[in-house]
Design a protein around this ligand. Structure first.
Ligand code: MLT
Ligand code: MN
Ligand code: ZN
Length: 305
């Protein structure tokens, strides 16, 4: 199984267009040891030809250009992307669908009923696509037991489960969480049994998740913030990391503590906010991650299981 990180940044990317935090300013000026990141997305394939896109970021056009297997060039209109699975209805995970509107072939969109509701009401992107390529909507289960396959994507199987994060600010359930607002997915390569867990939005590893996460050879989880008060401390927001759906890495019940409970498998943080000190490769915070054998995803990262 080939997992390719298209975008490892959180909403806004790195550097963020209007941000002059220490990291964004330092990246622009070349004064910190860090690399730019586009917004949150991965693609996965078993045969290297047919890919599933997980989330469609606003940067998707650049991400496709930077990863040639997504444009195999077999016909006048072509793509290696056979389907799009949406983890949630957040702007950074869905806006790229607007950029994928061309063509006569409908986009195959896999999402939960809660996400479908948000993307056909508060944010009408799936309705609007009906005036361009059109979509086929596939309902995604949230019980963590029912697996599904995707036509034209050979040898991969998906098990999706509802988990605690947060619906987007425009959603009527932003402060009233609904099952399926956010999911995690266990991606399995059928022939080898290799598995990857992917949950770029994750506020807490609730008791129903380890049964799936423990099966994974690679765990990719929410790496948005280092501390719960990161945005408050910088005067950028009044809300904590956890309250907007992101478990911070440090501190009691943080992501480092949580990941330490899993065995000797690859552990990768993804969806990293531009304020997070782990983006600086020589930071003390990055050294702590290294000591815990936790990797930080970067754009273009390939994970072969
Ligand atoms: C999030 O992950 O909390 C959101 O994507 C933030 C945003 O919309 O930029
Ligand atoms: Mn996000
Ligand atoms: Zn910044």
């Amino acid at each position: 199984m080939h997992i390719h990180v298209l975008g490892s940044g959180a909403g806004g990317g790195f550097p963020q267009w209007n941000c002059n935090c220490y990291n964004c300013d330092g990246l622009r000026k070349g004064t910190i040891n860090a690399t730019k990141r586009t917004q949150s997305s991965i693609c996965v394939s078993s045969d290297g030809v047919n890919w599933v896109l997980f989330n469609a970021s606003p940067d998707v056009l650049q991400q496709i250009q930077d990863f040639p297997p997504l444009q195999p060039g077999r016909a006048i209109r072509d793509t290696g992307i056979q389907a799009v699975v949406l983890i949630d209805a957040q702007i950074d995970h869905t806006t790229g669908l607007f950029m994928l509107r061309e063509g006569l072939v409908k986009r195959e969109i896999y999402c939960t009923d809660a996400v479908y509701g948000d993307l056909t009401s508060g944010n009408q992107i799936l309705n609007i696509l009906g005036h361009y390529c059109g979509i086929n909507h596939h309902h995604v289960p949230i019980d963590g037991e029912t697996s599904f396959t995707i036509p034209n994507v050979p040898n991969l199987k998906f098990t999706t489960v509802s988990l605690k994060s947060a619906a987007p600010p425009y959603s009527p359930h932003r402060n009233n969480p609904q099952p399926g607002d956010t999911i995690g997915v266990l991606i399995e390569e059928i022939s080898t049994g290799k598995k990857c867990w992917y949950s770029p939005g994750l506020a807490e590893i609730e008791p129903h998740l380890p049964v799936l996460m423990n099966q994974a050879d690679c765990i990719m989880v929410d790496g948005t913030f280092w501390t719960d008060t990161e945005m408050i401390d910088l005067g950028l927001m009044t809300k904590t990391a956890r309250s907007i759906g992101h478990n911070p890495q440090s501190g009691p019940n943080g992501m480092i503590e949580d990941l330490d409970k899993f065995g000797d498998v690859r552990k990768v943080l993804i969806h990293i906010n531009n304020t997070n000190p782990i983006l600086r490769e020589d930071s003390a915070e990055r050294a702590i991650l290294n000591a815990h054998k936790i990797e930080v995803a970067y754009d273009g990262m390939d994970i072969i299981l």
